[in-house]
Design a protein around this ligand. Sequence first.
Ligand code: ADP
Ligand code: MG
Length: 397
Amino acid sequence: MQNFKTLDDINPAGQRVLVRVDLNVPMQDGRVTDDTRIKSVAPTIKELSDKGAKIILLAHFGRPKGQFVPELSLKAVIPALEQALGQKVAFAADEGALDIEDDLNSLSNGDILLLENIRIYPGEEKNDASFSKKLASFADLYVNDGFSVSHRAHASTEGLAHHLPAFAGRSMQAELEALENALGAPKTPVAAIVGGAKVSTKLSVLTHLVEKVDMLIIGGGMANTFLAAQGKPMGKSLHEADLIDTAKNVFDLAEKNSCEIILPVDVVMATDFAENAPNRSGDIDTIESNEMVLDIGEQTIEAIINKLNDCATLIWNGPFGAFEMKPFDNGTITIAKTIAALCKEDKLVAVGGGGDTVAALNQAGVSQDMTYISTAGGAFLEWMEGKELPGVKALLK
Ligand code: ADP
Ligand code: MG
């Protein structure tokens, strides 16, 4: 297990604790429309509050680019935050001077204070040492509970760890432990599914994984580029003709690393990219010039399930088809359900992540049964690329 300190290593009663969280939640008309991120950091905040810490929350919202933007004030998330925590949350209204001594002095043990959008301060995204020092002067301890922002080396995600004793919050800890189980010292054989729209967005994920895993299952629009590289006709299918050589390189790398690559053998095709578009199933060799691939076919689903039955660990990013439109969600949903069932029977450790992947898993109704789902987006993908995340590195002992 990686070597980082957690809340188990702190006795925070009476101490001021800076806690970096991800509150960059979707909002509409001034209200939070999805509180997943708030719920994921609530346990850390509650635990610290119950232990008598004076909590100072640091978070960003949107991209104010170093200046105060009223529409991007974090004040708007307070009602949702209070509801998730069942506790009052004070707000340090500030327009850039970082003049918050009074707010800090009014904190009693267990109280929570939210600072204004941390990205209104120019020192944040620059990871300016004097800004980190100033933030650090407000507190005794630093807790990072924002895995999803830990691919950024900013003052609140990285810099602070150089000025205060640093600890992983509970959601950061859960994320790091799940990822370590999946790729650190995983049970073999290890499979990865990489799907989604385009090879170009996940090139480094693909090249890293072929060196790491025993089997790489490629689906979605991404598979089309690989099939084109094998000389298959792709018709109107989404694919990147300019990346055919890149796809060939991935095949070569896979061979060198004894990584088996699984591609669709049959697909569901339509002439229109639309919900319920008339469609047919067929071999990948039969794609007509006016047809496009929108999902994997039954033989492919069966073959993938057979392979997964022999695997011990799975990492999944990217859907198998245009799952937002029925019936082209079939491949993704069927495989999601199978994976979830294997996890439930303790036959598979499966970690999934990525914006659309999380949406697809929710659509399949199996999110609870997966070993772990990362909602971290960019940070999860960088982890899949084998990159060292600065916010995580700073926490390591
Ligand atoms: P994630 O957000 O999980 O990383 P991506 O954003 O890479 O996933 O890919 C998801 C998108 O890929 C979805 O919008 C889906 O409709 C699209 N997609 C998957 N397969 C196809 C396909 N065969 N043709 C067109 N789009 C596809
Ligand atoms: Mg996406």
